[in-house]
Structures are given as structure tokens and as C-alpha cells.
Design a binder for this molecule. Structure first.
Ligand code: FE2
Length: 193
């Protein structure tokens, strides 16, 4: 018997983003994102201090005998590394036929999306925003607020995660703080190509 062929319900805490019963929690620290943040001096300083957790992934797969749906809550803590707001690593799906749905439950920021051909979108996010991520679009979420941002992603485990492009090239635009406000600027790593 496969237990995931039977219904399973979880409880989300809308103030903290915690999921019960105990799902798998993966913390991502500044050191895990060292290739992603553009200000390498700020990365080194943050790691030397206490290497803070930028975000956590609380994931629960449902790998039944006929399908492998999954959910993940990502909790992004407020803050910046240098002038760049905290974000998720960002990834493409290994399978190019796999979409995903993201649902912002708390906080404010942006969902950044980019295709391999360079087509780019930045979707402003607030609680209640639901974004469809079509196949073959890389995706990253940025927390530009003063509080926790968390969202749920709904996907299939077989979609897989590929980080290569975001490690090597990042996204087309960065979300940085200027005069206390978030703005989007071209990614310096892309100039010149
Ligand atoms: Fe994804």
C-alpha cells in the first residue's frame, strides 16, 4: 500500500507559515546563496558575521503510485545582502513541460521570471497574488518588505530543480534598495554579455 494514494491534510499557520504535522524543513543561508547575490563583499561580510538564514523551505511531497504532486512553503526573512533584497535561489525545472503555481500568503515583493531566450517578467506580489509559472520559465521570489514573506508552491516532484543558469547568470534584473525603496535594475553580470 502506498500511503500517498490516500488523502492527507496539513494545517498552515497564516502568521508564521509553519506547516503541521512536521514537514521537511530546508534552511538556505547567505553561504548557500553566495553565487546569487551580486555584492560579493557583502556576501563575505554576512557569512563572517553569522551567516544568517535568508529563507526556509517547508516541503511535503505526495508521491503516490500514479502521480507525485507536492507543496512547498517558502518563508523569506526580511533583509538585504548589500543593496539586494533577500530572495529564493531561483531555479528552472529540469523538465521543460512542468508548470507550477505560486500563491503569496503573506508579505510583499516580486516574483521574477525569465526564459532561456531572455524574456523577463517581474510580477508585483502581495498577499492573495496567485501566479502561474509556465513551463521553461525560471522563477525567483524577492521579499522587499519589512516583514516575513511566505508563499506556497504547488508542483510535481518529477519537475526537478535546475540551478545552473541562475548560478551562472542570475536573472535579467535585480531588486535593490534605493532611498529606502525597492527598484529593479539591470543585472550587472549581464553587461556586457
Ligand atoms: Fe519551481
Amino acid at each position: 500500500m502506498n500511503p500517498y494514494d490516500y488523502p492527507l491534510s496539513l494545517k498552515l499557520d497564516f502568521s508564521t507559515g509553519a506547516l503541521e504535522p512536521g514537514v521537511h524543513v530546508t534552511p538556505r543561508r547567505v553561504s548557500d546563496l553566495a553565487l546569487m547575490f551580486h555584492d560579493k563583499e557583502a556576501v563575505a561580510a554576512a557569512i563572517a558575521q553569522r551567516d544568517p538564514v535568508v529563507y526556509e523551505i517547508l516541503s511535503q511531497g505526495f508521491p503516490g503510485s500514479r502521480t507525485d504532486a507536492a507543496i512547498a512553503i517558502s518563508r523569506i526573512y526580511p533583509g538585504r545582502v548589500g543593496d539586494e533584497y533577500h530572495f529564493t535561489k531561483g531555479h528552472f525545472h529540469e523538465r521543460d513541460d512542468q508548470a507550477e503555481v505560486y500563491f503569496c500568503l503573506k508579505g510583499e515583493g516580486y516574483l521574477l521570471l525569465e526564459r532561456a531566450d531572455g524574456e523577463f517578467r517581474a510580477e508585483p506580489w502581495q498577499p492573495g497574488t496567485i501566479s502561474h509559472i509556465p513551463p521553461a520559465w525560471g522563477h525567483r521570489v524577492v521579499n522587499t518588505g519589512r516583514d516575513l514573506l511566505f508563499f506556497i508552491g504547488i508542483y510535481h516532484l518529477s519537475a526537478g530543480h535546475s540551478y545552473k543558469q541562475v548560478e551562472e547568470r542570475g536573472f535579467a534584473q535585480l531588486v535593490v534598495e534605493r532611498d529606502g525603496r525597492p527598484i529593479l535594475i539591470p543585472n550587472p553580470r549581464r553587461i556586457p554579455r
